[in-house]
Design a protein around this ligand. Structure first.
Ligand code: DAT
Ligand code: MG
Length: 151
């Protein structure tokens, strides 16, 4: 497999509910590499650009209000297969349908308050990281554990 990047974000409800550490921890423990991390108040135009594919949906205005309602935690994660694996760790969009053991399955109850975002393809991973981070906020480094994660 190829090394991929994914954009993961703790949404405002996750920050307000004190779930930031818990959510970061799931990706960290799995063995992916954190390359970007910040607490950030999202402006409306950025939220609209991020979710532009959903612009025609009836819930779009509420989605934008929700994402801009308080600070989010922006993350860039890197690894082989990280995009699909992160989506599995996150679970289904509707937290009531999400499997126990997933972030949404364990920590949320409603689609409109589903605590975390994860990119849905490697292309969108790159697009979203470029959207939410400046280049100088992405760090290239080699975790000490690297040889203990992949042979
Ligand atoms: P995901 O976040 O699982 O990738 P998505 O990309 O289809 O899901 O939608 C983005 C977000 O929009 C989702 O996390 C919550 C919101 N959303 C999606 N479908 C919705 C619906 N039917 N009602 C309300 N909010 C919805
Ligand atoms: Mg999506």
């Amino acid at each position: 497999g190829e090394i991929e990047q994914t954009y993961i974000m703790v949404k405002p409800d996750g920050v307000q509910r004190g779930l930031v550490g818990e959510i970061i921890s799931r990706f960290e423990k799995k063995g992916f590499k954190l390359t970007g991390l910040k607490l950030f108040q999202c402006p409306k135009d950025l939220a609209e650009e991020h979710y532009k594919d959903l612009k025609a949906k009836p819930f779009f205005p509420k989605l934008i209000d929700y994402i801009t309602s308080g600070p989010v935690v922006c993350m860039a994660w890197e690894g082989v297969g990280v995009v699909a694996s992160a989506r599995k760790l996150i679970g289904s969009t509707d937290p009531l349908q999400a499997e126990p053991g997933t972030i949404r399955g364990d920590l949320a109850v409603q689609t409109g308050r589903n605590v975390v975002h994860g990119s849905d393809s490697p292309e969108n991973g790159k697009r979203e990281i470029a959207l939410w981070f400046n280049e100088n906020e992405i760090n290239q480094w080699t975790p000490a554990q690297a040889p203990w994660l992949r042979e």
